[in-house]
Design a protein around this ligand. Structure first.
Ligand SMILES: NC(=O)c1ccc[n+]([C@@H]2O[C@H](COP(=O)([O-])OP(=O)(O)OC[C@H]3O[C@@H](n4cnc5c(N)ncnc54)[C@H](O)[C@@H]3O)[C@@H](O)[C@H]2O)c1
Length: 397
């Protein structure tokens, strides 16, 4: 049973605490660090922490703490990770791991040198819908995965530091694209090397230096394509959707809006609806159990089980590093308007995977293009002659 130090008492720190204290009922947050005394004290009271502090190192070094949860702005992840290494405390870090792959790589190398458990808290590959979809993909229900698309768009983040390029490290590509990239990468196969990225990005609405809207394509060595669509300018709440297309099937996931729970209210008694909901009157799309539906419960269960068994969780700092490297390529591509290579100095997946041949054998002389059942009862085959390359039709009945 890990005893946790929570670093940060803001938005995600509280979601994490709700999940950690809510599910197994045997895990505890024993210390909390926050910049301001009042926030630390309030968090400690709300989540029954014995100890609070305004000194980050004090929370990490606290003798009872054996697992540290980093819920701080992006520019503080590395500082916190290095302190965990110094005190040899297991560490889990929210997304994105680093502001770029250089930072992420330093963190990866530091935790591995220190020999501590490291978890990358990518909750969206732990949602119940993702887990079911991923199991179907693994079982071959979709055949060979050709395309995996993930979209996260909302009206923009909730704290000032996100909007500051130095502290955040990027705009919506880094903030939201990190989720989308890891979702697509998981469907395509985490052992398949991402090779190059093409990305459009712009600042269409907000008065900021970073991008507030972007679309990107990530090409994988086996020929599969990942796609991310991210925005801080979308109106209407938080849109979280994934699509997977394979040679044998398709999956569509709607994670947040239109999930089956729809409600109308004039506003009487209106309250919190769901993350980034823009209204609490009219037609609403609340979440049934936000902490569970966003994957936090399954994520912490995996991390804590790994901690107790001395194993690695499903998502480690290595995954965070790969995601950062893909996003670095996206930023380069948005500038150069070219396909940019993904620079991965550390690659632990398969190497030299070639693109699968698109030719399906029909008989000795033909490849199969398509079968079609017509509305007038005839079954047609579209075939390609192997020698001439000519496309022909064959009617079966
Ligand atoms: N689904 C997710 O996985 C998810 C969702 C939201 C945020 N995040 C990530 O969580 C991290 C924190 O984001 P948040 O939404 O909780 O932000 P937040 O602003 O709500 O909270 C940040 C916390 O860090 C503290 N803080 C801010 N600036 C600081 C500084 N200079 N020094 C020390 N402490 C400081 C704040 O007081 C607060 O306690 C970010 O890395 C963000 O990307 C992840």
């Amino acid at each position: 049973m890990p005893k946790i130090a929570m670093l940060g008492s803001g938005f995600i720190g509280r979601f994490y605490a709700d999940s950690i204290l809510g599910q197994r009922s045997r895990d505890s947050i024993v210390s909390v660090y926050s910049r301001r005394k009042e926030s630390a004290e309030k968090f400690a009271k709300d989540y029954h922490c014995k100890h609070w502090t305004t000194e980050m190192e004090e929370a990490i070094a606290h003798p009872e703490v054996d697992l540290v949860c980093i819920s701080l702005p992006n520019n503080l992840h590395e500082i916190a990770v290095l302190l965990c290494c110094k005190h040899k405390k297991a560490v889990m870090t929210t997304k994105p791991l680093g502001r770029n792959a250089t930072e992420a790589r330093r963190m990866l190398e530091a935790v591995e040198d220190a020999g501590i458990l490291n978890a990358y808290l990518e909750d969206l590959v732990y949602t119940p819908k993702f887990l079911k979809a991923h199991a179907s993909v693994q079982n071959g229900a979709l055949g060979r995965i050709l395309w995996a698309k993930s979209r996260e768009t909302h009206p923009g983040p909730h704290s000032e530091w996100f909007w500051d390029l130095e502290q955040a490290g990027g705009g919506c590509i880094l903030d939201l694209g990190c989720h989308c990239v890891e979702i697509a990468r998981s469907f395509i196969g985490k052992d398949i090397r991402p090779v190059e990225v093409m990305c459009w990005a712009d600042t269409q609405v907000k008065p900021i230096e970073a991008e507030d809207h972007a679309i990107g394509l990530v090409k994988y060595e086996n020929g599969a394509i990942g796609q991310f669509e991210v925005s801080w300018t979308f109106r209407g709440g938080m849109d979280l959707r994934d699509e997977v297309m394979g040679t044998e099937g398709t999956i569509w996931i709607n994670n947040f809006l239109r999930t089956g729970l729809e409600m109308f209210t004039t506003g009487k008694g209106a309250d919190y609806v769901a993350e980034k909901a823009e209204s609490n009157t009219g037609w609403l799309f609340p979440m049934g159990d936000e902490v569970n539906d966003l994957g936090y419960n399954h994520m912490f269960t995996d991390v804590f089980n790994a901690f107790e068994k001395g194993k690695a969780p499903k998502e480690t700092f290595y995954d965070g590093y790969v995601v950062n490297a893909i996003l670095d390529a996206a930023y380069r591509s948005a500038r150069t308007k070219l396909w940019e290579p993904v620079q991965l100095d550390i690659w632990r997946g398969r190497i030299g995977v070639s693109k699968v041949s698109p030719l399906t054998e029909y008989d000795a002389d033909h490849y199969l293009v398509k079968e079609e059942m017509t509305h007038y009862g005839a079954k047609k085959l579209i075939l390609k002659e192997k020698t001439s390359g000519k496309i022909v039709e064959k009617i079966l009945n």
